[in-house]
Design a protein. Structure first.
Length: 658
């Protein structure tokens, strides 16, 4: 009751209450100091002038140094240091004023001055510490015999913090301000602090995890090692996976440093820590080459890869950044995010949001011309394999014709660099999505060898080709739209089952920021018609990924070996057009580049004249809904394309059955 009344007081009332209490404490401290000094002194009354002098000097100093601006329940080390400074300044002024007066009054000895300084710090700082603990509920007097209890009864879940460094202690402070979680222990690898106590919590070694769980009842581990390398975090997670505890983490070091998140922003474990490896430092020259001071356009700017490309491009100093996107909501989201980021960082970049489809040549042409675009990153595509398999016409029109439109417009408007974001599904594809992306690659390969092409906007006219085309091919990115990671998390949250298409299915994975950074660097290395491959590491078995995510959520897999487990894994069968495994290289010929994570592939393609006939044929067949012929032409054109036995296009099959 008293606590609530104090918290509900107006700010000026709280400030007045602090001033009154400080006057009392200053007087009390002065009294005690005089008494201690007067034990060996003949006259007690000679020091009573200090009762008036000390408050008159101290209060203006306290106010001037901001002591009454601090919120009591969030009182911390900085506020305590401010008290020490304020009391020190006050006592120093008292000494300077009191010494000249010592002939008429009792002398202000060094011993008395030191006592006044020390007692004021203890009383004023001590009261604030006591009130901080009182308001935050860190302790109370209670129990059966009124004993002092170090922590109140707490209904929050018991959690242990992995990492007793700065981030771990900041996290501890943040958690103690709430009541959802109750910190009970630290875990740390440093043998120098193991079995000791930090901020009231015992420190355990990772080898003592079993004992920690038994001693404290911790049901959740919070990783507070934001500066640890990805390989080190993977080691930690691999060890914690064997315990039935939910593992979560504080954000990474770069997110903390950028100010995007705080230590208290606890999140689920980054799956990149389970799968990834430490990224290679970026080559700053390659990052800036096609962007710094230039006008840059990103197609598909609101998608998973497109939006991350935009974030990184914005930081690299472009003159203009054109966001080209056909989804109104996605465009609005990324535009607002980038606009706010530019304002916070004081970036002088003209950000232009453009609604449009890559299937509209005239729209693309106007945008490239209006903003004098120098570099294009083409990320717009339909990428979801089963959906494109069921909507063949839209997949071809968007992925193939859209790429052709943007490439032709780039040539017409003298764009210097054109970078296509491609996929490992373009290699020996079993689906229309992969075949359409390979065809898009072949278009750019063919155009890169043409000194000039026919201008679609001007009949009979040709346009000199000054555009350098580059393709960057990589696998799945973690957290992208349609990724298994968000789906697994949602299924685990709802108690399962977790669905996996096939027990042996594997995929390559890379984080979105790393992929975008490598796309930018690869695009700067192009010599015209290059197909670059990103080093994706080792392929990951999706079943193993599902099991790791289940274990790190603090639950167990329900299977034949553990029929009493929490969450089952069900196999649903391969979806239309889906492969068991993906590849990055069509042939066997690739070579290293100046970047350790990027390789250059040497792959066959059709000359432009022959490829034009294929594209015209595809357009005619799509117009007639003749998807059997579409498949036949794709098989003849795209090396290694082996489609499913049946055509599953929803419109085509519906019309055929009726």
């Amino acid at each position: 009751m008293i606590k609530q009344r104090l918290l509900q007081l107006e700010r000026r009332q709280k400030r007045a209450l602090q001033i009154v209490s400080d006057i009392f404490l200053i007087s009390l401290s002065t009294t005690v100091a005089i008494w201690l000094q007067a034990v060996s002194s003949e006259r007690w009354v000679d020091y009573q002038w200090l009762y008036l002098a000390m408050p008159l000097i101290s209060l203006p100093v306290f106010i001037r140094m901001g002591m009454y601006r601090a919120v009591m329940r969030y009182f911390g080390n900085e506020a305590l240091l401010a008290i020490v400074k304020a009391v020190s300044v006050s006592v120093a002024i008292l000494w300077l004023v009191g010494n000249p007066l010592q002939t008429s009054w009792s002398p202000l000895s060094a011993q008395l001055t030191l006592l006044i300084w020390l007692l004021n710090i203890v009383s004023i700082g001590g009261l604030r510490l006591v009130m901080r603990h009182y308001f935050m509920g860190d302790w109370y007097f209670g129990g059966e015999k009124g004993s002092f209890i170090s922590h109140p009864p707490n209904t929050g879940q018991a959690v242990a913090i992995y990492g007793a460094g700065a981030a771990g202690n900041q996290l501890l402070t943040a958690l103690r301000m709430g009541r959802d979680m109750r910190p009970v222990a630290f875990i740390d690898d440093d043998p120098g602090i193991v079995n000791r106590v930090i901020a009231g919590l015992p420190v355990y070694s990772p080898e003592d995890m079993g004992r920690l769980i038994n001693d404290t009842g911790a049901g959740q581990i919070l990783l507070a090692v934001p500066s640890a390398s990805r390989s080190r975090r993977r080691e930690i997670l691999g060890y914690l996976e064997s315990f039935s505890v939910h593992v979560r983490s504080v954000p990474g070091f770069m997110d903390l440093a950028s100010g995007r998140v705080k230590v208290s922003d606890i999140q689920e474990v980054d799956v990149g820590d389970l799968l990834g490896r430490d990224s290679v430092p970026a080559n700053e020259t390659l990052l800036h080459r096609c962007i710094d001071g230039k006008s840059v356009m990103v197609s598909g700017a609101g998608g998973s890869i497109g939006s991350e490309l935009c974030r990184q491009i914005l930081e690299l100093g472009p003159k203009t950044l054109v966001l080209y996107e056909h989804s109104e909501y996605n465009l609005y989201s990324i535009y607002e995010e980038l606009r706010q980021l530019a304002m916070r960082r004081s970036l002088n970049v003209n950000i232009v949001p453009v609604l449009g489809s890559i299937r509209r040549y005239s729209r693309l042409n106007n945008v490239l011309a209006r903003w004098g675009v120098n570099t294009v990153y083409h990320a717009a595509a339909y990428k979801h394999v089963p959906l494109v398999e069921q909507n063949i016409a839209e997949g071809i029109l968007n992925n193939v014709i859209g790429t052709l439109n943007l490439a032709r417009s780039a040539i017409e408007n003298g764009v210097a660099n054109f970078v296509l974001v491609s996929t490992d599904k373009a290699v020996r594809p079993t689906n229309v999505m992969g075949a359409s992306k390979r065809l898009a690659e072949m278009i750019l390969q063919a155009l890169s060898r043409e000194p000039s092409i026919e201008n679609p906007a001007k009949s009979g006219a040709t346009q000199i080709n000054r555009t350098q085309f580059t393709m960057v091919r990589f696998g799945n990115v973690l957290g992208s739209s349609g990724s298994v990671i968000p789906r697994f998390r949602e299924q685990i949250l709802h108690g399962g089952p977790v669905t996996v298409t096939h027990p042996n299915i594997t995929r390559y994975f890379m984080t979105i920021p790393e992929a975008a950074q490598l796309v930018i660097q690869a695009g700067s290395m192009g010599r015209g018609g290059d197909v670059f491959l990103l080093d994706m590491g080792e392929p990951v078995r999706i079943l193993d990924l599902a099991k790791k995510m289940i274990h790190l959520s603090g639950v167990t897999v329900k299977d034949q070996d553990n029929p009493n487990g929490d969450i089952a894994i069900e196999f649903t069968g391969l979806r239309p057009g889906e492969k068991l495994y993906e590849e990055l290289l069509i042939g066997a010929d690739s070579e290293p580049t100046d970047h350790a994570m990027i390789m250059r592939a040497r792959e066959e393609y059709l000359p432009w004249d022959a490829l034009q006939l294929v594209i015209n044929g595809l357009l005619e067949q799509v117009e007639e809904d003749d998807y059997a012929s579409v498949r036949k032409l794709l098989r003849e054109t795209v090396q290694g394309y082996v489609p499913e036995k049946e055509i599953v296009d929803l419109v085509y099959t519906q019309r055929s059955s009726s």
